[in-house]
Design a protein around this ligand. Structure first.
Ligand SMILES: [Zn+2]
Length: 193
């Protein structure tokens, strides 16, 4: 079955600002990094395909002729999906692993990435060869080997486990959190949605 679009959401709040948090059948987020979110269109499509239950909704109504529906803010899959145990190798996850801190000087701004063994010397873009570095440190290190220039990262880089990233993520929740999500996310920081 294919759902006819477009639905029209009521004016006032943009439906584009209404992503649905996607939970697995055990009511845990399908993924944390990145947080499993679907667009409102994908969420409604999944409802029609009977793949999800609606757990919570926004105060925003999608309308099409003869039909209206509150946009889901939280949905849960009807069938359990085995979660991926290996965090994706993304820019965000490298920053998160390194706590958004330059591994050479501890700076927390102007962050970029440095190859421990420079690419020009065969260094790979992998978990164990890429560290968070501020731009000045990155510039200073350039094509040097770490020991040659005395720049050793605070923590030897390695592939993080999902648990490591969850620990780190408690301090760095995403920018947008709808109140209906909070019961399902366990960042225990003070949150101002
Ligand atoms: Zn630095």
């Amino acid at each position: 079955m294919r759902v006819r679009t477009p639905f029209r959401a009521n004016p006032g709040r943009s439906p584009e600002s209404c992503p649905a948090l996607v939970l697995n059948a055990d009511f845990k987020p399908l993924s944390y990094y990145p947080l499993s979110l679907w667009s409102w269109q994908d969420a409604i499509r999944a409802v029609f395909l009977d793949r999800v239950n609606i757990i919570s909704t926004y105060d925003v109504v999608a309308r099409s002729p003869g039909f209206e529906m509150q946009l889901p803010s939280v949905v849960s899959l009807k069938t359990y999906v085995r979660p991926c145990r290996e965090p994706a190798f993304t820019r965000f996850n490298v920053f998160l692993r390194d706590r958004f801190t330059c591994q050479y000087c501890g700076a927390r701004s102007d962050l970029t990435f440095d190859h421990l063994i420079p690419r020009s010397r065969g260094g790979q873009t992998t978990w164990d060869n890429v560290v968070t570095a501020c731009a000045p440190c990155n510039l200073r290190k350039a094509d040097h080997m770490p020991r040659d220039i005395g720049m050793i990262p605070a923590r030897a880089p390695k592939r993080p486990g999902v648990f490591d990233l969850h620990e780190a993520g408690r301090n760095f929740p995403p920018n947008y959190l709808h109140e209906s999500w909070l019961d399902y996310l366990y960042w225990d920081t003070e949150l101002e949605p």
